[in-house]
Write a protein that binds this ligand. Structure first.
Ligand SMILES: [Zn+2]
Length: 392
């Protein structure tokens, strides 16, 4: 296996093996820099810019995290509901749980409901009248009086469902916000959008990890890669970026660095509109690229496998991490850390066995379960039936 392929393989396995999304991202920043020969400042700057979940734990304690999350939930339902209330030329302010009413405010000029701030209020200054109340039960009727709003029965169910959630979130918020000072509450509220964005990024990282693990599992279980659903998704993304890169750069440039935008993205931080784009570009596409480069090559829309690289990919029998073995030896079963050849002290050995046994037991249990499911399915059960038979 050549050096470059080893780097692709390392990036993929490190990302899949990472126990936390913090670890996945920080390792990725180092690996991606090696893959594309990015400038030395790249990793440092990006590492600084990336907010780890660990950092969030020091910024917000458990209760504060819950408050922050609830504030964001409240905001979300406010936005959903304001979609309806624009037909009353109003904006939702809050609710009175006791009186079972919603508090709204009239705007006495034309509103641009496509531009609402984080609280669901218009960003352009408009004149706001005093707030008024509507009993919750009257809301559908009031909206129905507005002809332009076609309130079908499902829409009414959705609307009341959202109102219900909005009220519940307000009740929770009312209770928990009392447990911090008013000042602290404002600080938490201010952190909300940043926190939400960060959580979103971590969730994306996690979902890429899941897909990668599925793919690598398929490979070590000798499923033909072109048959692996995880691979199909990755391939689709790869074809897209490749076509895009082809359109703007020469072929030599693509080989050198198919992601010229990666580094330039560094300078666009703070550009909220491009955030989703940024995330997708930043993790998904380069990872898809590395997967394709490691597993084979794509020429004229035809993917050819690289059986040599594939045979170097292993899953450790002890810690279940994926790894690229140096020697292409079918007998290699353990990663470097777990290899019996790795000289350990007696204490280290004991620690290792302590971890090894329960994990081993879990794997054996899973294998037994899989064999049973297979057996049931062969005798005519569907997957669900087989699963419920085992758990009953
Ligand atoms: Zn291992």
């Amino acid at each position: 296996m050549n050096e470059k392929d080893k780097i692709y393989g390392t990036l993929i396995t490190d990302f899949a093996n990472a126990k936390t999304t913090d670890e996945a991202s920080l390792k990725y920043l180092e690996n991606i820099s090696r893959v594309f020969n990015l400038s030395p400042q790249f990793t440092e700057t990006e590492k600084r810019n990336f907010t780890t979940m660990e950092a969030w734990e020091t910024r917000l304690n458990k209760l504060e995290t819950r408050i922050c999350h609830t504030i964001m939930e409240e905001k979300k339902y406010k936005l959903y509901l304001n979609y309806y209330f624009r037909h009353l030329a109003s904006v939702l302010i809050g609710c009175d749980v006791e009186k079972k009413t919603l508090l709204l405010s009239h705007y006495n000029q034309e509103l641009d409901f496509d531009n609402l701030d984080e609280n669901g209020h218009p960003t352009t200054p408009v004149v706001l009248t005093d707030s008024y109340e509507i009993p919750i039960e009257d809301i559908a009727k009031r909206l129905d009086e507005k002809r332009e709003l076609d309130l079908e029965p499902e829409k009414i169910t959705d609307l009341y469902d959202d109102i219900d959630k909005f009220i519940k979130v307000n009740i929770t918020l009312g209770k928990i916000k009392k447990r911090v000072s008013a000042n602290r509450y404002l600080e938490i509220k201010e952190l909300g959008p940043e926190y939400e964005q960060s959580i979103d990024t971590h969730q994306r990282i996690e979902s890429i990890q899941i897909v990668l693990r599925r793919l690598l599992d398929d490979i070590v279980n000798e499923v033909d890669v072109s048959e692996s659903p995880a691979f199909k998704g990755i391939m689709e993304r790869y074809s897209k970026i490749n076509a895009l890169a082809m359109a703007v750069t020469s072929k030599e440039d693509i080989v050198k660095n198919p992601f010229p935008q990666l580094e330039s993205l560094l300078t666009t931080d703070g550009d909220v509109d491009s955030f989703e784009y940024y995330d997708v570009k930043f993790y998904n596409e380069p990872i898809s690229y590395c997967v394709v480069m490691f597993l084979g090559k794509l020429e004229n829309n035809e993917f050819t496998k690289n059986p040599e690289n594939i045979s170097h990919l292993k899953k450790c029998k002890n810690c279940f991490d994926f790894f690229i073995s140096i020697k292409n030896d079918k007998r290699t079963k353990y990663c470097r850390k777990c290899s019996p050849k790795n000289k350990m002290t007696k204490k280290e050995r004991n620690e290792y066995m302590k971890d090894y046994r329960p994990k081993r037991k879990k794997v054996l249990g899973r294998r037994k379960r899989e064999a049973l499911i297979k057996q049931y399915m062969e005798s005519g059960d569907t997957m669900e039936q087989a699963e419920s038979r085992i758990s009953s």
